[in-house]
Design a protein around this ligand. Structure first.
Ligand code: HEM
Length: 165
């Protein structure tokens, strides 16, 4: 592995995990602290708070989805060759990517203005919790495939083995 490759792999991993921490953390805060607390406000105050919070949170959601997709596909392009013939890895990561796109859809609809998703925004607390559940499954799958590593039968080369060369 070249030094440039090592730096790029590290940047991609840090960006991916950092985005997950920011977006999933923000969603948990919103669902379990901000929304319940704001239920006690008057309609007028509540509307003002919602516009102020969502206008700002939107600036994290859009770029965050972009960073997830960029770093995710980069990670996948780097790791897939090491998992050739490892069908469990591909099934799990494939499921994870599909779930991630469902999360991106819900997150975009919740901060968006499209009339088509008014119903979803009216049930914000429910959809935020669904988003958090899907994100938890995604993090679980990602953590499992990372800890499981590359099975000996499918191992072609590991970054560490390449480094030792
Ligand atoms: C809601 C969105 C997402 C979340 C919360 C998420 C979270 C994570 C986490 C926590 C890891 C483990 C990183 C580590 O242990 O170093 C990971 C790894 C990974 N993610 Fe994501 N991710 C998301 C979206 C995506 C997308 C859209 C893709 C692909 C397009 C992707 C592809 C990957 C790959 C290939 C890995 C490495 C798996 C391995 O270790 O073999 N992720 N992700």
């Amino acid at each position: 592995m070249t030094t440039a490759q090592l730096i790029l792999d590290t940047v991609s991993r840090v960006v991916h995990v950092g985005t997950a921490i920011t977006l999933v953390g923000g969603s948990v805060f919103m669902a379990f602290a901000l929304l319940p607390a704001s239920a006690e406000l008057s309609d007028e105050e509540h509307d003002k708070l919602r516009v102020g919070v969502l206008g700002r949170w939107k600036k994290f959601v859009g770029p965050g989805i972009g960073l997830f997709i960029l770093s995710g596909f980069y990670n996948f392009a780097r790791l897939a060759p090491l998992h050739k013939g490892d069908s469990l890895y591909h099934a799990l990561v494939g499921t994870k990517i599909l779930l991630a796109f469902a999360v991106f859809f819900i997150a975009s609809a919740l901060v968006g203005k499209s009339k088509a998703f008014d119903k979803l925004r009216q049930n914000r607390a429910k959809w935020l919790k669904i988003l958090i559940l899907l994100a938890a499954i995604i993090v679980g799958i990602s953590g499992f495939v990372k800890v499981r590593g590359i099975p000996v039968t499918t191992a072609v080369a590991t970054p560490a083995a390449e480094l030792a060369e």
